[in-house]
Design a protein around this ligand. Structure first.
Ligand SMILES: [Zn+2]
Length: 265
């Protein structure tokens, strides 16, 4: 572990987070990602370079446009900081390995899907469908391996789809949307089948706890629907980053116990 590399990756993460903000804003609105350059979404004035520095600019401008004074969402610095943190976390979790860029790409996709689903309740095919293909293609050479990826892709997408179809037939109401299945298939393609199951279970627990809590607070009854994709994103990131360390911790604890008990030298 090198501090210089960690700081470098964090800064790259902040800059990439700035780009993810553009994707999060423009993709659901059908605007081009590449053109035009960043501009104020209220007065349309193109931003100067010093207004485009991640986190720093938002803080210096106190969250307002320099000319029209309209508020700039706090989502911008939050997305930048989270992206920076996930770049840094990926370095600790995966080291400087070929898996590092793959897992970073996956984390970025989860951030974008989380933010878009939270605001618009959609999970764009532009992210999930290429995500399934890229996840499987990388698994041909890297962990979790193509078999686990393929099973994960099918199990993640197909099984919940069948459950939801059954639910729809019986209850005549939709429990999950098509976007959720494509997103789960993407998670399965990248992380493999054991972790896509864990993701689904964790997302359901989060949905019940947070969704249930929100229902109690809002008192608007079942009409309040928190997008399930946001829970899938958080659960998938938790599985991606903590599955390895948690397994090692568990193995270490078991070994320590066995040697303490004199069952193994
Ligand atoms: Zn403005």
């Amino acid at each position: 572990m090198s501090v210089a590399i960690a700081v470098f990756l964090f800064c790259i993460g902040l800059a990439v987070g700035s780009f993810l903000n553009v994707v999060i804003y423009r993709l659901p609105r059908g605007e081009s990602i590449a053109w035009p350059a960043s501009h104020c979404t209220t007065c349309n004035r193109p931003l100067d370079w010093y207004e485009n520095i991640p986190v720093v600019s938002w803080t210096a401008l106190r969250g307002r446009c320099r000319t029209c004074r309209s508020p700039i969402s706090i989502r911008y610095p939050i997305v930048e900081l989270i992206t920076g943190a996930l770049f840094l976390g990926a370095y600790f979790a995966f080291g400087l390995t070929p898996l590092l860029p793959v897992r970073i790409v996956f984390a970025c996709a989860m951030i974008v899907l989380f933010a878009i689903d939270l605001e618009h309740q959609i999970l764009p095919n532009e992210i999930t469908l290429p995500g399934i293909v890229i996840g499987f293609a990388c698994a041909l050479f890297l962990p979790p391996g193509w078999k686990s990826s393929l099973i994960g892709l099918l199990a993640g997408g197909l099984f919940p789809f069948l459950v939801a179809e059954a639910y729809l037939r019986i209850r005549k109401r939709e429990g999950m949307g098509m976007g959720d299945f494509k997103m789960l298939a993407m998670v399965g393609a990248f992380l493999g089948w054991p972790l896509v199951w864990l993701t689904l279970i964790l997302a359901c627990v989060l949905g019940i706890v947070i969704g249930g809590g929100a229902l109690l607070v809002s008192r608007r009854g079942m009409a309040t629907r928190i997008a399930f994709g946001t829970f899938i994103a958080v659960a998938a990131l938790a599985c991606e980053y903590f599955a390895g360390p948690a397994t090692r911790l568990y193995d270490g604890a078991v070994q320590a116990y066995l040697s303490w008990a004199g069952l193994q030298s």
